[in-house]
Design a protein around this ligand. Sequence first.
Ligand code: DC
Length: 225
Amino acid sequence: MENKITIAVDGFASCGKSTLAKGIAKALDYAYIDTGAMYRAVTLYCIENEVNINDDNAIQSALDAIDIRFKTIEGKNTAFLNGKNVEEDIRKMFVSNRVSEVAAVSLVRRAMVRQQQEMGKEKGVILDGRDIGTVVFPDAELKLFMTANIEVRTQRRLLELQNKGQSITPEIIAKNLQHRDHIDSTRADSPLKQADDAIVIDNSNLTENEQLTMCLALVKIRINS
Ligand code: DC
């Protein structure tokens, strides 16, 4: 496949977006940008520095002091906040519990979207998030919108956290996922919604391989069309 395209993968929390996006990036040798990790890094900074997210001046000063970068470490996409590896911390529950509130702040969104557009300006890139196909790259050649039922999403997230040694009940996870979906979908600024030209994938009953095969076929179609 010679011609490179921009791919947007949006959808609900813990519905396999990042696994699929990373799989496509690897298969096609595309750059992968985890935009959720950027909102998580801002949230971690705000928690650690007790930033009042309702105060625009405080938020702007925080954004001016934040530098987010990604590096590949042992083959894994790893987030750095002001030079510190925060990949583990940003996935913890204390960040998950606050991230949607921080991601709803317009100043935060403006700064992150600008950075994402800069990072993804070359073709041959796949971004996963909530507003990629609607706001960040509305002209992306391929837009996927992922969904799965809440039981499947809870089990996936539970397994992921257990593998990292975090003990948590399925009830707490389901509550967090539903809470985040609600805030993400109802916020005033660029809410999570399916782009009109997105292809919806409900992966409740699909294996990772099945999704990957399907999406690589979609990429091929887009490149050849
Ligand atoms: O993809 P994730 O679950 O790591 O994302 C964490 C949060 O960040 C999610 O609840 C909403 C927010 N987010 C967003 O508002 N816009 C994006 N493009 C990506 C994530």
